[in-house]
Design a protein around this ligand. Structure first.
Ligand code: 5GP
Length: 206
């Protein structure tokens, strides 16, 4: 299999509370062929979350061991908890030619950019900052202190937009999904991914 036959690595990132999880869920229904990476985290499960489905829930010691054994493609500490992407699964899926999507916060996305610059980096942006605040507060599962910290993190994260390939405004979930789907189609049609199919012809003409 040549490089071009590998799947796309899509990194969906952006400020906390912008709706990455919700967009990812909607995308999942539309594009079941996309592979969704399940992250490891040290945070406790929220009601209804299932180990191995939403996250792999780990102790701090287990997470530390994963870091030491280089099992994570990226990891970040986010508001007191660790989050990371298990590398092996992503590598295997890409080698099988499947497109893989990571839904991660911005520090992790920047690490992926260093290690895997050929990835496609999508910044999910809020329509406006008041709306973002409503979403962070509206989730209703966090304490005041965590909400305040999440808002601070969100402001700093928006400044990092520059490192991404695409900006997708999350005004209406279905529209955001349309945009992401269009990006995935365009990425597959890039000359670099297509030209090898025509090489034989190009050679014969020479
Ligand atoms: P939550 O605790 O709300 O599920 O997630 C908090 C933040 O961690 C979200 O912004 C989410 O995108 C991010 N996150 C989830 N998994 C990962 C991961 O594997 N790596 C990184 N860097 N961030 C993650």
């Amino acid at each position: 299999m040549t490089m071009v036959d590998r799947g796309l690595l899509l990194i969906l990132s952006g400020p906390a509370g912008v709706g990455k999880g919700t967009v990812c869920k909607a995308l999942r229904e539309r594009m079941p062929e996309l592979v969704y990476s399940v992250s490891a985290t040290t945070r406790s499960p929220r009601p209804g979350e299932v180990d191995g489905v939403n996250y792999f829930f780990k102790s701090k010691e287990e997470f530390q061991r994963m870091i030491e054994q280089d099992e994570l493609l990226e990891w970040a500490e986010y508001v007191g908890n660790f989050y990371g992407t298990p590398r092996k699964f992503v590598d295997e899926m890409l080698s099988l030619g499947k497109d893989v999507i990571l839904e991660i916060e911005v520090q992790g996305a920047l690490q992926v950019k260093d290690r895997f610059p050929q990835g496609t980096f999508l910044f999910l942006a809020p329509p406006d900052l008041n709306e973002l605040e409503n979403r962070i507060v509206g989730r209703g599962t966090e304490t005041e202190d965590v909400i305040r910290k999440r808002m601070e993190v969100a402001r700093a994260e928006i400044e990092l937009m520059d490192h991404y390939d695409y900006v997708v405004v999350n005004d209406v979930i279905e529209s955001a999904c349309d945009r992401i789907q269009a990006i995935i189609t365009a990425e597959h049609l890039k000359k670099e991914r297509q030209v090898h199919k025509y090489r034989k012809w190009l050679k014969e003409v020479e």
